[in-house]
Design a protein around this ligand. Structure first.
Ligand code: SF4
Length: 330
């Protein structure tokens, strides 16, 4: 079967089976951009209420460009990866200044937070520019369709995959084709149990023919876990808590954190109040309630609500909840 016919089959399948998602009812690049940023690292179902709330509060670029970080953070709480929310405001400011939303991948990639994925997806989905979009779903579909063990996390193999993804889209169907590939990965070409019997690509899929679906795509080698031991000092006065700005730790960078001592350790400590994971960092926390803090960094005092707006990580909330329990028994 020719590639053209295979692609037609996929588009036909998409037309029939696509999910009804709010961002599929618009070509507004701002709306598509917000949805694409939220969809990174978060499931579609979880994103829908966030997306609707966000657009209610910030319905256009101008409103977002004037937003306070804490306002955006409060709508972002629960989505994680707060750097994305900060980048949204910075990019909105630049786009607002330009007075028009850039259309091409090459223009978009210079904006804060617009990596190759976001630049390509906005350019394709909003403006139908013929660029392939490579997300986890598309990597899985293409690796299996071509039956190739791409090391997709390595630049050279990622470039090969990108070239293949670009070949699937044309000027006339870029937006639909990219969405169809992503949707096929989400609904049919599932990572654990692909449902090949209902897949429109089944007859031409190398992995299906060779029964290698379970071997593809290759798994990215995991980053080794890093252990950190943080002896947190929590001090409060007049319903406010002492914080410092984090310039040193590899996680929660440039955010406010509690003062105390922290070190990189090789083994799990024997005693700790609780542990918390951020990416590949596992942090073991001991809480000390004290009013004597000798901190080299200057202290800043915030209420619980203010602190959460400035650093919405659930770690801050966990520490404060534990502090309340501990101080109750002191
Ligand atoms: S036939 Fe199976 S493995 Fe191949 S693309 Fe379809 S669902 Fe994925």
């Amino acid at each position: 079967m020719s590639m053209q016919k295979i692609q037609q089959k996929l588009l036909h399948w998409f037309e029939k089976h696509k999910r009804d998602l709010p961002w599929r009812h618009t070509k507004n690049p701002y709306h598509i951009w917000i949805s694409e940023v939220m969809l990174q690292q978060t499931t579609t179902t979880a994103v829908i209420p966030y997306y609707l709330q966000f657009l209610k509060k910030f319905p256009n670029i101008q409103k977002l460009s004037q937003a306070q970080t804490k306002e955006v953070f409060s709508l972002w709480a629960g989505l994680g990866y707060y750097k994305r929310a900060e980048n949204l405001i910075q990019a909105a400011k630049q786009i607002h200044k330009l007075k028009k939303f850039p259309k091409s991948y090459k223009e978009l990639i210079h904006l804060p937070g617009f990596g190759p994925y976001t630049s390509r997806s906005v350019s394709s989905l909003a403006f139908n520019k013929p660029v392939g979009v490579l997300d986890g779903n598309v990597i899985r579909v293409l690796s299996r369709f071509y039956g190739t063990a791409f090391k997709w996390w390595m630049t050279s193999d990622k470039t090969k995959l990108q070239t293949l993804a670009d070949q699937w889209v044309q000027k006339t169907n870029s937006s639909l084709m990219n969405q169809a590939l992503m949707e096929l990965g989400s609904l049919v070409c599932l990572s654990k149990k692909p449902i090949c019997l209902i897949c429109p690509l089944e007859k031409n899929c190398k992995a299906f023919q060779q029964n290698t679906q379970h071997l593809l795509p290759l798994k990215k080698p995991k980053k080794a876990k890093e252990f950190w031991h943080w002896k947190v000092k929590v001090s409060s006065k007049n319903s406010k808590f002492a914080f410092i700005k984090n310039h040193k730790l590899p996680f929660l960078k440039n955010k406010i954190i509690f003062p105390g001592t922290i070190k990189h350790i090789r083994y799990k400590p024997k005693t700790y109040d609780f542990s918390h994971s951020i990416m590949h960092y596992q942090i073991f926390i001991n809480i000390q309630c004290t009013n004597k803090i000798n901190s080299k960094a200057s202290l800043q005092w915030f209420t619980k609500t203010q602190a959460q707006a400035l650093n919405p990580s659930s770690l801050i909330l966990k520490v404060l909840n534990r502090y309340v329990q501990k101080s109750h028994f002191l």
